[in-house]
Write a protein that binds this ligand. Sequence first.
Ligand code: GLC
Ligand code: CA
Length: 559
Amino acid sequence: MNKDWWKKSVVYQIYPQSFKDSNGDGIGDLKGIISKLPYLADLGIDVIWLNPIYLSPLIDNGYDIADYYQINPIYGTLDDFKELLKKAHQLGIKIIMDLVVNHTSDQHSWFQNSKKSRLGKYADFYIWKDPQSNGAPPNNWGSTFGGSAWEYVPERNQYYLHLFAKQQPDLNWENPEVRAAIYKMMRHWFKIGIDGFRMDVISLISKNQQYPDAPSTLPYTKNYYVGSSNGPRVHEFLHEMNQEVLKHYPSLTVGETANTNSEQALLYTDPKRQELNMVFHFDHMHLDYGHFGKFSDIRFKMSDLRQVLSEWQLKLEKGWNSLYWSNHDQPRAVTRFGDDQKYRVESAKMLGTLLHMMKGTPYIFQGEELGMRNVPFKTLSQYQDIETINMIKTLRAAKMSETYIKRVVFLKSRDNARTPMPWDDTAKAGFTKGTPWLDFSPDNSVINVVQALADKNSVYYHYQKLIALRKKYPVIIDGNYALLNPNDSSIYSYTRTNKNEKLIVICSFSRFNVNFNVPTTLVKEKSQLLLSNYTDSPEELNSKIVMRPYEALIYHQNP
Ligand code: GLC
Ligand code: CA
Protein backbone atom coordinates (compact mmCIF):
# COMPACT_ATOMS: atom_id res chain seq x y z
CA MET A 1 0.00 0.00 0.00
CA ASN A 2 1.22 3.48 -0.84
CA LYS A 3 2.23 4.94 2.49
CA ASP A 4 0.68 8.30 1.64
CA TRP A 5 -2.70 6.78 0.79
CA TRP A 6 -4.40 9.32 3.05
CA LYS A 7 -3.42 12.13 0.68
CA LYS A 8 -5.76 10.67 -1.91
CA SER A 9 -8.55 9.89 0.53
CA VAL A 10 -11.83 11.54 1.39
CA VAL A 11 -12.93 10.97 4.98
CA TYR A 12 -16.55 10.72 6.13
CA GLN A 13 -17.21 11.43 9.79
CA ILE A 14 -19.84 9.32 11.53
CA TYR A 15 -21.35 10.41 14.81
CA PRO A 16 -22.38 6.91 15.91
CA GLN A 17 -25.14 7.96 18.27
CA SER A 18 -26.96 9.71 15.45
CA PHE A 19 -26.23 7.71 12.33
CA LYS A 20 -28.49 4.66 12.30
CA ASP A 21 -30.22 2.73 15.09
CA SER A 22 -30.65 -1.00 14.44
CA ASN A 23 -32.49 -2.12 17.59
CA GLY A 24 -35.05 0.57 18.33
CA ASP A 25 -33.49 2.02 21.48
CA GLY A 26 -33.19 5.41 19.80
CA ILE A 27 -29.40 5.34 19.76
CA GLY A 28 -27.38 4.80 16.63
CA ASP A 29 -25.15 1.73 16.76
CA LEU A 30 -22.51 -0.35 14.97
CA LYS A 31 -24.98 -2.69 13.29
CA GLY A 32 -26.74 0.41 12.01
CA ILE A 33 -23.49 1.69 10.52
CA ILE A 34 -22.86 -1.71 8.90
CA SER A 35 -26.27 -1.55 7.23
CA LYS A 36 -25.40 1.82 5.69
CA LEU A 37 -21.95 0.95 4.35
CA PRO A 38 -23.28 0.54 0.79
CA TYR A 39 -24.63 4.10 0.95
CA LEU A 40 -21.15 5.35 1.86
CA ALA A 41 -19.46 3.19 -0.75
CA ASP A 42 -21.76 4.70 -3.40
CA LEU A 43 -20.85 8.18 -2.26
CA GLY A 44 -17.27 7.15 -2.92
CA ILE A 45 -15.59 7.96 0.38
CA ASP A 46 -12.40 6.15 1.37
CA VAL A 47 -12.25 6.41 5.13
CA ILE A 48 -14.72 6.58 8.00
CA TRP A 49 -13.83 8.48 11.16
CA LEU A 50 -15.91 7.21 14.05
CA ASN A 51 -16.46 9.44 17.05
CA PRO A 52 -15.66 7.61 20.32
CA ILE A 53 -17.43 4.26 20.76
CA TYR A 54 -15.62 3.16 23.92
CA LEU A 55 -17.17 2.49 27.31
CA SER A 56 -18.25 5.84 28.71
CA PRO A 57 -20.78 7.41 31.06
CA LEU A 58 -21.43 9.87 28.17
CA ILE A 59 -21.08 13.07 30.17
CA ASP A 60 -19.49 14.53 27.04
CA ASN A 61 -20.96 12.05 24.55
CA GLY A 62 -18.11 9.57 24.71
CA TYR A 63 -15.20 11.98 25.05
CA ASP A 64 -15.10 10.76 28.63
CA ILE A 65 -13.74 7.23 28.33
CA ALA A 66 -14.05 4.78 31.22
CA ASP A 67 -12.32 1.86 29.48
CA TYR A 68 -10.29 2.17 26.30
CA TYR A 69 -10.55 -1.56 25.62
CA GLN A 70 -14.32 -1.93 25.73
CA ILE A 71 -16.97 -0.96 23.26
CA ASN A 72 -19.88 0.88 24.85
CA PRO A 73 -22.73 -1.70 24.87
CA ILE A 74 -25.17 0.94 23.59
CA TYR A 75 -23.26 0.71 20.31
CA GLY A 76 -22.85 -3.08 20.28
CA THR A 77 -20.04 -5.52 20.94
CA LEU A 78 -16.43 -5.98 19.95
CA ASP A 79 -17.63 -8.59 17.48
CA ASP A 80 -19.92 -6.02 15.90
CA PHE A 81 -16.96 -3.70 15.59
CA LYS A 82 -14.84 -6.42 13.97
CA GLU A 83 -17.70 -7.12 11.60
CA LEU A 84 -17.87 -3.42 10.73
CA LEU A 85 -14.14 -3.38 10.01
CA LYS A 86 -14.38 -6.46 7.84
CA LYS A 87 -17.35 -5.29 5.82
CA ALA A 88 -15.90 -1.81 5.39
CA HIS A 89 -12.55 -3.20 4.27
CA GLN A 90 -14.32 -5.45 1.76
CA LEU A 91 -15.82 -2.31 0.25
CA GLY A 92 -12.43 -0.59 0.21
CA ILE A 93 -13.31 1.70 3.10
CA LYS A 94 -10.88 2.23 5.95
CA ILE A 95 -11.82 3.08 9.52
CA ILE A 96 -10.15 5.44 11.94
CA MET A 97 -11.10 5.74 15.60
CA ASP A 98 -11.12 8.67 17.94
CA LEU A 99 -8.19 8.71 20.36
CA VAL A 100 -9.09 10.64 23.49
CA VAL A 101 -5.97 10.72 25.61
CA ASN A 102 -5.71 14.22 27.00
CA HIS A 103 -8.16 13.02 29.63
CA THR A 104 -10.22 10.01 30.67
CA SER A 105 -13.56 9.72 32.39
CA ASP A 106 -13.50 10.07 36.17
CA GLN A 107 -15.02 6.55 36.08
CA HIS A 108 -11.85 5.09 34.55
CA SER A 109 -10.18 2.67 36.98
CA TRP A 110 -6.94 4.66 36.69
CA PHE A 111 -8.68 7.70 38.11
CA GLN A 112 -10.67 5.74 40.68
CA ASN A 113 -7.33 4.49 42.01
CA SER A 114 -5.52 7.78 41.60
CA LYS A 115 -7.99 9.80 43.64
CA LYS A 116 -7.80 7.43 46.61
CA SER A 117 -4.30 8.21 47.73
CA ARG A 118 -1.01 9.92 46.95
CA LEU A 119 0.67 6.50 46.92
CA GLY A 120 0.58 3.59 44.52
CA LYS A 121 0.95 2.91 40.82
CA TYR A 122 -1.78 5.27 39.70
CA ALA A 123 -1.06 8.16 42.07
CA ASP A 124 0.66 10.19 39.32
CA PHE A 125 -1.51 9.15 36.39
CA TYR A 126 -3.35 12.48 36.63
CA ILE A 127 -2.35 16.05 37.39
CA TRP A 128 -2.61 16.63 41.12
CA LYS A 129 -1.58 19.84 42.87
CA ASP A 130 -1.74 21.11 46.41
CA PRO A 131 -4.17 23.90 47.28
CA GLN A 132 -2.77 27.38 47.72
CA SER A 133 -2.18 28.36 51.36
CA ASN A 134 -5.71 29.85 51.52
CA GLY A 135 -7.17 26.63 50.14
CA ALA A 136 -7.80 28.06 46.68
CA PRO A 137 -7.10 26.10 43.48
CA PRO A 138 -3.47 26.01 42.27
CA ASN A 139 -4.07 28.64 39.57
CA ASN A 140 -6.80 30.68 37.87
CA TRP A 141 -7.49 28.43 34.88
CA GLY A 142 -11.10 28.00 33.81
CA SER A 143 -12.40 24.86 32.14
CA THR A 144 -13.89 24.64 28.66
CA PHE A 145 -17.36 23.83 29.92
CA GLY A 146 -17.38 26.47 32.65
CA GLY A 147 -16.11 26.78 36.24
CA SER A 148 -12.58 26.27 37.53
CA ALA A 149 -10.32 23.77 35.76
CA TRP A 150 -9.43 22.36 39.20
CA GLU A 151 -11.52 20.04 41.36
CA TYR A 152 -10.75 19.37 45.01
CA VAL A 153 -10.57 15.79 46.36
CA PRO A 154 -10.53 15.50 50.18
CA GLU A 155 -8.94 12.00 50.20
CA ARG A 156 -5.73 13.47 48.78
CA ASN A 157 -6.25 17.01 50.02
CA GLN A 158 -5.35 18.02 46.48
CA TYR A 159 -6.88 19.40 43.33
CA TYR A 160 -6.86 17.61 39.98
CA LEU A 161 -6.81 19.36 36.63
CA HIS A 162 -9.63 19.05 34.11
CA LEU A 163 -9.53 21.26 31.04
CA PHE A 164 -13.01 20.00 30.13
CA ALA A 165 -15.81 18.81 32.45
CA LYS A 166 -14.88 17.82 35.98
CA GLN A 167 -15.75 14.26 34.97
CA GLN A 168 -12.85 14.46 32.45
CA PRO A 169 -9.61 14.54 34.51
CA ASP A 170 -6.46 15.31 32.50
CA LEU A 171 -3.87 12.56 32.20
CA ASN A 172 -0.32 13.28 33.31
CA TRP A 173 1.76 12.85 30.16
CA GLU A 174 4.93 13.61 32.13
CA ASN A 175 4.56 10.14 33.61
CA PRO A 176 6.21 7.57 31.28
CA GLU A 177 3.86 4.86 32.56
CA VAL A 178 0.88 6.85 31.32
CA ARG A 179 2.44 7.15 27.88
CA ALA A 180 3.33 3.46 27.79
CA ALA A 181 -0.25 2.52 28.72
CA ILE A 182 -1.60 4.73 25.94
CA TYR A 183 0.77 3.30 23.32
CA LYS A 184 -0.16 -0.21 24.37
CA MET A 185 -3.83 0.58 23.94
CA MET A 186 -3.20 2.09 20.50
CA ARG A 187 -1.31 -1.02 19.37
CA HIS A 188 -4.24 -3.11 20.57
CA TRP A 189 -6.64 -1.33 18.20
CA PHE A 190 -4.21 -1.45 15.30
CA LYS A 191 -3.93 -5.21 15.83
CA ILE A 192 -7.70 -5.47 15.63
CA GLY A 193 -7.40 -3.85 12.24
CA ILE A 194 -8.14 -0.14 12.40
CA ASP A 195 -6.48 2.23 9.95
CA GLY A 196 -5.63 5.22 12.08
CA PHE A 197 -6.69 7.74 14.68
CA ARG A 198 -8.23 11.16 14.98
CA MET A 199 -6.56 12.54 18.10
CA ASP A 200 -8.77 14.58 20.37
CA VAL A 201 -7.35 17.93 21.61
CA ILE A 202 -3.87 16.54 21.11
CA SER A 203 -2.23 19.98 21.20
CA LEU A 204 -3.14 20.17 24.91
CA ILE A 205 -1.38 17.09 26.27
CA SER A 206 1.85 18.74 27.41
CA LYS A 207 1.46 21.23 30.23
CA ASN A 208 3.86 23.94 31.25
CA GLN A 209 5.14 22.51 34.54
CA GLN A 210 5.06 25.96 36.16
CA TYR A 211 1.25 26.02 35.75
CA PRO A 212 1.31 29.82 35.33
CA ASP A 213 -1.73 31.96 36.08
CA ALA A 214 -3.42 33.27 32.95
CA PRO A 215 -3.71 37.00 32.30
CA SER A 216 -7.24 38.24 33.03
CA THR A 217 -7.52 39.50 29.46
CA LEU A 218 -8.08 35.95 28.17
CA PRO A 219 -11.57 34.41 28.01
CA TYR A 220 -11.96 32.39 31.20
CA THR A 221 -13.02 29.08 29.61
CA LYS A 222 -9.93 29.01 27.38
CA ASN A 223 -7.37 30.79 29.54
CA TYR A 224 -5.66 27.46 30.24
CA TYR A 225 -4.13 27.77 26.76
CA VAL A 226 -1.32 29.79 28.38
CA GLY A 227 0.08 26.68 29.96
CA SER A 228 -1.50 23.91 27.90
CA SER A 229 -1.65 24.49 24.18
CA ASN A 230 1.37 23.43 22.13
CA GLY A 231 3.14 22.86 25.43
CA PRO A 232 6.87 22.34 25.96
CA ARG A 233 6.97 18.57 25.30
CA VAL A 234 4.07 18.07 22.88
CA HIS A 235 6.30 17.41 19.86
CA GLU A 236 8.56 15.13 21.85
CA PHE A 237 5.54 13.09 22.99
CA LEU A 238 4.07 12.81 19.50
CA HIS A 239 7.39 11.83 17.98
CA GLU A 240 7.71 9.18 20.66
CA MET A 241 4.17 7.95 19.88
CA ASN A 242 5.10 7.84 16.23
CA GLN A 243 8.21 5.75 16.89
CA GLU A 244 6.52 3.48 19.40
CA VAL A 245 3.29 2.91 17.51
CA LEU A 246 2.33 4.87 14.41
CA LYS A 247 5.27 4.22 12.14
CA HIS A 248 4.63 0.49 12.39
CA TYR A 249 1.22 0.80 10.75
CA PRO A 250 0.26 2.45 7.44
CA SER A 251 -2.11 4.71 9.27
CA LEU A 252 -3.92 8.01 8.87
CA THR A 253 -3.38 10.33 11.81
CA VAL A 254 -5.09 13.65 12.28
CA GLY A 255 -4.65 15.71 15.40
CA GLU A 256 -7.29 18.09 16.65
CA THR A 257 -5.15 21.09 17.53
CA ALA A 258 -6.89 23.89 19.36
CA ASN A 259 -5.07 27.23 19.42
CA THR A 260 -2.52 26.19 16.81
CA ASN A 261 -1.38 28.47 14.00
CA SER A 262 -0.05 27.40 10.63
CA GLU A 263 3.57 27.81 11.75
CA GLN A 264 3.01 25.40 14.64
CA ALA A 265 0.97 23.08 12.42
CA LEU A 266 4.00 22.62 10.24
CA LEU A 267 5.84 21.18 13.22
CA TYR A 268 3.10 18.58 13.74
CA THR A 269 2.80 17.61 10.07
CA ASP A 270 6.20 17.94 8.40
CA PRO A 271 6.86 14.29 7.45
CA LYS A 272 10.52 14.63 8.33
CA ARG A 273 9.64 15.19 11.96
CA GLN A 274 7.60 11.98 12.15
CA GLU A 275 4.68 13.12 14.26
CA LEU A 276 1.25 13.29 12.58
CA ASN A 277 -0.03 13.32 8.99
CA MET A 278 -2.26 16.36 9.44
CA VAL A 279 -4.13 18.49 11.96
CA PHE A 280 -7.53 20.14 12.30
CA HIS A 281 -6.95 23.83 12.84
CA PHE A 282 -9.65 26.29 13.92
CA ASP A 283 -8.66 29.52 12.19
CA HIS A 284 -11.65 29.50 9.84
CA MET A 285 -13.96 28.47 12.71
CA HIS A 286 -12.89 31.55 14.68
CA LEU A 287 -13.96 34.05 12.03
CA ASP A 288 -17.41 34.52 13.55
CA TYR A 289 -16.46 34.37 17.24
CA GLY A 290 -17.55 37.14 19.59
CA HIS A 291 -17.48 38.09 23.24
CA PHE A 292 -18.74 34.64 24.32
CA GLY A 293 -16.48 32.78 21.93
CA LYS A 294 -18.26 30.54 19.47
CA PHE A 295 -21.71 31.58 20.78
CA SER A 296 -22.08 34.80 18.82
CA ASP A 297 -24.34 36.00 16.03
CA ILE A 298 -21.50 37.59 14.09
CA ARG A 299 -21.35 36.56 10.45
CA PHE A 300 -17.97 35.64 8.89
CA LYS A 301 -16.49 37.85 6.17
CA MET A 302 -15.59 36.11 2.91
CA SER A 303 -12.36 38.08 2.65
CA ASP A 304 -11.28 36.76 6.07
CA LEU A 305 -12.17 33.22 5.08
CA ARG A 306 -10.20 33.49 1.85
CA GLN A 307 -7.24 34.93 3.69
CA VAL A 308 -7.22 32.17 6.31
CA LEU A 309 -7.72 29.24 3.96
CA SER A 310 -5.10 30.61 1.56
CA GLU A 311 -2.60 31.06 4.34
CA TRP A 312 -2.97 27.40 5.31
CA GLN A 313 -2.85 26.22 1.70
CA LEU A 314 0.44 28.04 1.17
CA LYS A 315 2.01 27.47 4.54
CA LEU A 316 1.59 23.71 4.69
CA GLU A 317 3.62 23.15 1.55
CA LYS A 318 5.77 20.60 3.41
CA GLY A 319 3.10 19.31 5.74
CA TRP A 320 -0.45 18.41 4.79
CA ASN A 321 -3.84 20.05 5.31
CA SER A 322 -7.07 18.59 6.56
CA LEU A 323 -10.05 20.33 4.99
CA TYR A 324 -13.35 20.69 6.81
CA TRP A 325 -16.39 22.91 7.12
CA SER A 326 -18.05 21.22 10.06
CA ASN A 327 -17.95 18.34 12.50
CA HIS A 328 -19.77 17.21 15.66
CA ASP A 329 -18.58 20.34 17.50
CA GLN A 330 -19.71 22.87 14.92
CA PRO A 331 -22.98 24.07 13.47
CA ARG A 332 -24.01 23.08 9.95
CA ALA A 333 -21.82 24.52 7.21
CA VAL A 334 -24.58 25.72 4.91
CA THR A 335 -26.14 27.82 7.68
CA ARG A 336 -22.83 29.25 8.79
CA PHE A 337 -21.07 29.89 5.47
CA GLY A 338 -23.80 29.64 2.84
CA ASP A 339 -27.49 30.50 2.51
CA ASP A 340 -29.65 27.87 4.16
CA GLN A 341 -32.91 29.21 2.68
CA LYS A 342 -33.39 30.12 -0.99
CA TYR A 343 -29.94 28.96 -2.13
CA ARG A 344 -29.46 26.06 0.24
CA VAL A 345 -28.70 23.55 -2.49
CA GLU A 346 -26.55 25.90 -4.59
CA SER A 347 -24.54 27.18 -1.64
CA ALA A 348 -24.04 23.73 -0.11
CA LYS A 349 -22.61 22.58 -3.44
CA MET A 350 -20.49 25.71 -3.73
CA LEU A 351 -18.96 25.14 -0.29
CA GLY A 352 -18.24 21.51 -1.15
CA THR A 353 -16.58 22.58 -4.40
CA LEU A 354 -14.41 25.24 -2.78
CA LEU A 355 -13.12 22.83 -0.13
CA HIS A 356 -12.77 19.61 -2.10
CA MET A 357 -10.64 21.16 -4.84
CA MET A 358 -8.10 22.40 -2.30
CA LYS A 359 -4.87 20.69 -1.37
CA GLY A 360 -5.35 18.39 1.59
CA THR A 361 -7.64 15.63 2.79
CA PRO A 362 -11.34 16.59 2.84
CA TYR A 363 -13.60 15.56 5.73
CA ILE A 364 -17.35 15.32 5.23
CA PHE A 365 -19.49 15.41 8.35
CA GLN A 366 -22.56 13.16 8.17
CA GLY A 367 -25.49 14.95 6.59
CA GLU A 368 -23.30 17.60 4.99
CA GLU A 369 -23.69 15.66 1.75
CA LEU A 370 -27.44 16.30 2.05
CA GLY A 371 -27.01 20.01 2.66
CA MET A 372 -28.42 19.66 6.19
CA ARG A 373 -28.84 22.98 7.97
CA ASN A 374 -29.03 24.12 11.59
CA VAL A 375 -31.97 22.82 13.57
CA PRO A 376 -34.76 25.18 14.53
CA PHE A 377 -35.56 23.56 17.89
CA LYS A 378 -38.60 25.22 19.47
CA THR A 379 -37.33 25.38 23.03
CA LEU A 380 -33.94 25.55 24.70
CA SER A 381 -34.82 22.47 26.73
CA GLN A 382 -34.46 20.34 23.60
CA TYR A 383 -30.69 20.86 23.62
CA GLN A 384 -28.69 18.11 25.30
CA ASP A 385 -25.09 19.04 24.73
CA ILE A 386 -23.06 19.87 27.83
CA GLU A 387 -21.37 22.83 26.14
CA THR A 388 -24.72 24.33 25.08
CA ILE A 389 -26.35 23.75 28.47
CA ASN A 390 -23.46 25.39 30.30
CA MET A 391 -23.37 28.26 27.82
CA ILE A 392 -27.07 28.94 28.33
CA LYS A 393 -26.33 29.29 32.06
CA THR A 394 -23.39 31.60 31.38
CA LEU A 395 -25.42 33.78 29.02
CA ARG A 396 -28.30 34.02 31.49
CA ALA A 397 -25.87 34.95 34.28
CA ALA A 398 -24.51 37.67 31.97
CA LYS A 399 -28.10 38.97 31.67
CA MET A 400 -28.34 38.36 27.95
CA SER A 401 -31.93 38.33 26.67
CA GLU A 402 -33.68 35.01 26.03
CA THR A 403 -34.10 36.04 22.39
CA TYR A 404 -30.38 36.56 22.04
CA ILE A 405 -29.61 33.27 23.79
CA LYS A 406 -31.97 31.39 21.51
CA ARG A 407 -30.43 32.99 18.48
CA VAL A 408 -26.82 32.18 19.30
CA VAL A 409 -27.68 28.67 20.45
CA PHE A 410 -29.53 28.13 17.18
CA LEU A 411 -26.53 29.46 15.29
CA LYS A 412 -23.75 27.66 17.15
CA SER A 413 -24.89 24.74 19.33
CA ARG A 414 -23.08 21.46 18.73
CA ASP A 415 -26.49 19.78 18.68
CA ASN A 416 -27.06 21.28 15.23
CA ALA A 417 -24.69 18.60 13.99
CA ARG A 418 -25.90 15.86 16.27
CA THR A 419 -29.56 15.39 15.33
CA PRO A 420 -30.32 11.94 13.91
CA MET A 421 -29.44 11.33 10.28
CA PRO A 422 -32.60 11.56 8.11
CA TRP A 423 -32.68 8.43 5.96
CA ASP A 424 -36.24 9.00 4.68
CA ASP A 425 -39.21 11.34 5.08
CA THR A 426 -41.20 9.23 7.56
CA ALA A 427 -41.92 10.38 11.12
CA LYS A 428 -38.86 8.60 12.52
CA ALA A 429 -36.74 9.38 9.49
CA GLY A 430 -35.74 5.75 9.00
CA PHE A 431 -33.27 6.36 11.84
CA THR A 432 -35.02 4.39 14.58
CA LYS A 433 -38.19 2.55 15.49
CA GLY A 434 -38.10 4.03 18.97
CA THR A 435 -37.61 7.47 20.46
CA PRO A 436 -34.42 9.17 19.31
CA TRP A 437 -31.93 10.21 22.02
CA LEU A 438 -31.96 13.75 20.55
CA ASP A 439 -34.92 15.27 18.73
CA PHE A 440 -35.14 15.07 14.96
CA SER A 441 -34.70 18.09 12.80
CA PRO A 442 -38.08 19.35 11.58
CA ASP A 443 -36.40 19.57 8.15
CA ASN A 444 -36.39 15.79 7.74
CA SER A 445 -39.48 15.68 5.56
CA VAL A 446 -37.66 17.75 2.93
CA ILE A 447 -33.98 17.00 3.49
CA ASN A 448 -33.32 13.26 3.62
CA VAL A 449 -31.42 10.48 1.90
CA VAL A 450 -34.34 9.07 -0.12
CA GLN A 451 -35.05 12.52 -1.53
CA ALA A 452 -31.35 13.13 -2.26
CA LEU A 453 -30.94 9.84 -4.11
CA ALA A 454 -34.06 10.47 -6.20
CA ASP A 455 -32.97 13.93 -7.37
CA LYS A 456 -30.12 13.89 -9.86
CA ASN A 457 -29.32 17.50 -9.00
CA SER A 458 -29.05 16.91 -5.26
CA VAL A 459 -26.17 17.99 -3.04
CA TYR A 460 -25.42 14.28 -2.57
CA TYR A 461 -24.63 13.71 -6.25
CA HIS A 462 -22.53 16.85 -6.34
CA TYR A 463 -20.40 15.48 -3.50
CA GLN A 464 -20.20 12.15 -5.29
CA LYS A 465 -18.85 13.96 -8.35
CA LEU A 466 -16.36 15.97 -6.31
CA ILE A 467 -15.01 12.79 -4.79
CA ALA A 468 -14.77 11.13 -8.19
CA LEU A 469 -12.84 14.13 -9.57
CA ARG A 470 -10.18 13.71 -6.89
CA LYS A 471 -9.62 10.16 -8.10
CA LYS A 472 -9.31 11.21 -11.73
CA TYR A 473 -7.15 14.35 -11.71
CA PRO A 474 -3.79 14.20 -9.91
CA VAL A 475 -3.59 18.00 -9.88
CA ILE A 476 -6.27 18.01 -7.16
CA ILE A 477 -3.91 16.05 -4.94
CA ASP A 478 -0.57 17.62 -5.77
CA GLY A 479 -1.13 20.92 -7.61
CA ASN A 480 0.22 24.15 -6.19
CA TYR A 481 -2.36 26.56 -4.90
CA ALA A 482 -2.57 30.17 -6.05
CA LEU A 483 -5.25 32.79 -5.46
CA LEU A 484 -6.93 34.50 -8.42
CA ASN A 485 -8.35 38.04 -8.10
CA PRO A 486 -7.51 38.17 -4.38
CA ASN A 487 -9.46 41.39 -3.83
CA ASP A 488 -12.78 40.41 -5.37
CA SER A 489 -15.54 41.14 -2.87
CA SER A 490 -17.86 38.25 -3.79
CA ILE A 491 -15.87 35.60 -5.58
CA TYR A 492 -13.29 33.24 -4.11
CA SER A 493 -11.25 31.78 -6.92
CA TYR A 494 -7.99 29.93 -7.11
CA THR A 495 -5.90 27.74 -9.35
CA ARG A 496 -4.12 24.46 -8.74
CA THR A 497 -1.16 23.74 -10.99
CA ASN A 498 1.19 20.82 -11.49
CA LYS A 499 3.54 19.87 -14.34
CA ASN A 500 0.76 18.76 -16.69
CA GLU A 501 -2.49 20.26 -15.57
CA LYS A 502 -4.20 23.33 -14.27
CA LEU A 503 -7.45 23.58 -12.35
CA ILE A 504 -9.40 26.82 -12.09
CA VAL A 505 -11.96 27.01 -9.30
CA ILE A 506 -14.39 29.94 -9.16
CA CYS A 507 -16.90 30.18 -6.30
CA SER A 508 -19.43 32.90 -5.60
CA PHE A 509 -20.49 33.86 -2.09
CA SER A 510 -23.10 36.32 -3.39
CA ARG A 511 -26.88 36.03 -3.58
CA PHE A 512 -26.83 38.22 -6.68
CA ASN A 513 -25.44 37.96 -10.18
CA VAL A 514 -21.93 39.36 -10.20
CA ASN A 515 -19.32 39.94 -12.88
CA PHE A 516 -16.04 38.15 -12.67
CA ASN A 517 -13.00 38.88 -14.82
CA VAL A 518 -10.77 35.97 -15.67
CA PRO A 519 -7.10 36.87 -16.21
CA THR A 520 -6.34 36.81 -19.96
CA THR A 521 -3.45 34.37 -19.56
CA LEU A 522 -5.91 31.77 -18.37
CA VAL A 523 -8.40 32.34 -21.16
CA LYS A 524 -5.77 31.72 -23.85
CA GLU A 525 -5.54 28.02 -23.04
CA LYS A 526 -8.26 25.62 -24.01
CA SER A 527 -10.30 24.66 -21.00
CA GLN A 528 -12.99 22.20 -20.12
CA LEU A 529 -15.73 22.57 -17.55
CA LEU A 530 -15.44 19.68 -15.07
CA LEU A 531 -18.27 20.53 -12.72
CA SER A 532 -20.78 23.26 -11.94
CA ASN A 533 -23.69 23.62 -9.55
CA TYR A 534 -25.85 25.04 -12.34
CA THR A 535 -26.93 22.93 -15.32
CA ASP A 536 -26.03 25.46 -18.02
CA SER A 537 -22.67 26.98 -17.13
CA PRO A 538 -20.32 27.79 -20.04
CA GLU A 539 -18.32 24.78 -21.23
CA GLU A 540 -15.32 27.00 -21.94
CA LEU A 541 -13.72 29.59 -19.71
CA ASN A 542 -14.51 33.11 -20.94
CA SER A 543 -12.74 36.31 -19.97
CA LYS A 544 -15.87 37.76 -18.43
CA ILE A 545 -18.27 35.53 -16.55
CA VAL A 546 -21.56 36.45 -14.94
CA MET A 547 -21.56 34.38 -11.79
CA ARG A 548 -25.04 33.49 -10.61
CA PRO A 549 -25.99 33.20 -6.89
CA TYR A 550 -23.52 30.85 -5.19
CA GLU A 551 -22.37 29.50 -8.54
CA ALA A 552 -19.31 27.26 -8.40
CA LEU A 553 -17.26 26.33 -11.46
CA ILE A 554 -14.32 24.00 -11.96
CA TYR A 555 -12.35 24.25 -15.21
CA HIS A 556 -9.49 22.03 -16.26
CA GLN A 557 -6.63 22.75 -18.62
CA ASN A 558 -3.70 20.80 -20.02
CA PRO A 559 -1.35 23.66 -20.83
C1 GLC B 1 -12.85 17.75 21.38
C2 GLC B 1 -14.06 17.00 20.93
C3 GLC B 1 -15.25 17.50 21.68
C4 GLC B 1 -15.03 17.22 23.15
C5 GLC B 1 -13.69 17.77 23.63
C6 GLC B 1 -13.29 17.15 24.91
O1 GLC B 1 -12.90 19.09 21.08
O2 GLC B 1 -14.19 17.08 19.54
O3 GLC B 1 -16.45 16.93 21.23
O4 GLC B 1 -16.05 17.79 23.90
O5 GLC B 1 -12.64 17.53 22.73
O6 GLC B 1 -12.87 15.82 24.72
CA1 CA C 1 -29.38 1.20 19.01
